[in-house]
Write a protein that binds this ligand. Structure first.
Ligand code: SF4
Length: 472
């Protein structure tokens, strides 16, 4: 649901080739990826000769009507997208998958991530006469693809991809093929699966579980996979390979049952909680996790420390975003509606609260205040990630510097601000140690360290991009 702490995933994608129930499976898969974007959703399908699409605003169930779904039902090839819209971009024209028509054929496009040179390319293309229909960075790819002089569809896709910088997991549909590509840093996840002999791809493996597909493997940085009726072709669009998967996918964004390299996010979060215990020397009576994304880390902390884990905070799952508007006061009201302490669990206790991240500090401040009111004797905050100090240019809306509390304040000052008795963050080193244990080849940690693995050419945050594109 709508996130109140200032961390928002940008998108989720899905694609399937050659299954009689492709569009229904896509709908179900998108449903399980809904946590990655709630502002809009859509599908593009192929009958082998033409592409057809439907998209709409809001949650999947609102975005696609029954009539639209019925009209897409009989097609064996489908792609889908759920979108989180950044400031200024919450409009239908930006909802994906995009569907482009030309005399060369149709093109369906779904993108997860953010390009860091799209504005530069767009300006150059506009100067040459190109007209853009959306303010989305993803449309740049369609123009580059259409203009490529390379021989053959795959060569044209490769040449367009090579001009892009930034984070992308692309799902590209032509009438007769489905092509997927991941940037050479592998910032955004994309997984390969199979169901009834048909291949499928998804941002997270929870989509495979929802449709009963087999999870085959993670798609590698720089990889290019093409599916046609003749089978599947594994290739690369670049020889460069510098893995930098987004750390926040493990910490917060991905669903707990989603797997990376065969390990669930739940297990990785539990290990982060265990690692935090090594850095947090505090005595307490109970450990509580902030529901839902921090419950696994709280379990890991509890296992390592021997301090019992209790459900001291409950989450109201039915808080719609209708009531939540921007602004500090509204945000505080939203947290109050969303989280409440269980009084007899925390009353008179020394409590360790485990949260996966702190962005603005609004949620933490509310939690501490509410737990004190419920009678907690001491409140020690443990964060199973390092301090977030920098915005993200690669497809996550982590707010701007001005809103990120740790960009200006030390942990001691933050502790003071949120009113806790102590505050401990996981160190960057231990975080990477945990990832290495689970087979990681390298993670992006730029929002913690400021070391951006991909040069930021446009110097524009994703949430500012739409405004800039419109010349605001
Ligand atoms: S900057 Fe942070 S949120 Fe963005 S990709 Fe890197 S780790 Fe993920």
């Amino acid at each position: 649901m709508y996130e109140i702490r200032g961390l928002n995933e940008e998108c989720g994608v899905f694609g399937i080739w050659g299954h009689p129930e492709a569009s229904e499976l896509t709908y179900i898969a998108l449903h399980s990826l809904q946590h990655r974007g709630q502002e809009g959703a859509g599908m593009v399908v192929s009958n082998g000769s033409y592409l057809f699409g439907a998209r709409g605003m809001g949650l999947l169930t609102d975005a696609l009507t029954k009539d639209q779904l019925r009209s897409l039902k009989t097609f064996p090839y489908a792609i889908g997208h759920v979108r989180y819209a950044t400031t200024g971009g919450s409009e239908l024209s930006n909802v994906q998958p995009f569907l482009f028509k030309s005399h060369h054929g149709d093109l369906g496009l779904a993108h997860n991530g953010n390009l860091v040179n799209a504005m530069n390319i767009r300006r150059a293309l506009e100067d040459e006469g190109a007209i853009f229909q959306t303010s989305s960075d993803s449309e740049v790819f369609a123009h580059l693809l259409r203009r490529s002089k390379a021989g053959g569809k795959k060569a044209r896709i490769k040449s367009a991809l090579r001009q892009l910088k930034g984070a992308f997991a692309f799902v590209i549909m032509h009438e007769d093929s489905l092509t997927v590509a991941v940037d050479d840093h592998g910032v955004r996840p994309l997984m390969l699966g199979k169901i009834d002999g048909a291949y499928c791809v998804a941002s997270e493996t929870c989509a495979f579980a929802a449709i009963n597909a087999e999870y085959i493997r993670d798609i590698e940085p720089g990889e290019l996979i093409t599916m046609t009726d003749d089978g599947i072709d594994f290739d690369r669009y670049t020889e460069t390979d510098k893995p930098n998967m987004c750390s926040m996918e493990y910490i917060y964004f991905a669903r707990a049952d989603s797997e990376f390299r065969g390990t669930s996010t739940y297990t990785i979060r539990k290990a982060l909680g265990k690692a935090l215990y090594k850095e947090m020397d505090v005595e307490a009576d109970i450990v509580i996790g902030v529901p839902d994304s921090s419950l696994a880390a709280a379990k890991g902390f509890s296992d390592a420390s021997g301090i019992p884990q209790e459900q001291g905070l409950l989450k109201n799952r039915y808080v719609g975003r209708t009531f939540i508007s921007p602004g500090q006061e509204a945000r505080e009201r939203a947290v109050r509606m969303k989280l409440s302490p269980v009084k007899d669990i925390v009353d008179g206790k020394r409590v360790i609260v485990i949260d996966d991240s702190i962005v603005r500090g609004t949620t933490s401040k509310f939690i501490v205040k509410a737990l004190r009111k419920a009678g907690a004797k001491e409140i020690h905050m443990g964060v199973s990630s390092p301090p977030i100090k920098n915005p993200c240019y690669y497809g996550i809306d982590v707010s701007t510097h001005a809103e990120i509390i740790a960009s200006k304040k030390s942990p001691e000052e933050i502790c003071d601000r949120i009113g806790a008795d102590s505050l401990t963050y996981l160190s960057v080193e231990r975080m990477h140690e945990v990832y290495r244990t689970y087979g990681s080849r390298g993670e992006c940690d730029a929002c913690f360290t400021g070391k951006y693995p991909i040069e930021i050419i446009d110097q524009v945050l994703p949430q500012e991009k739409d405004l800039k594109t419109k010349g605001v």
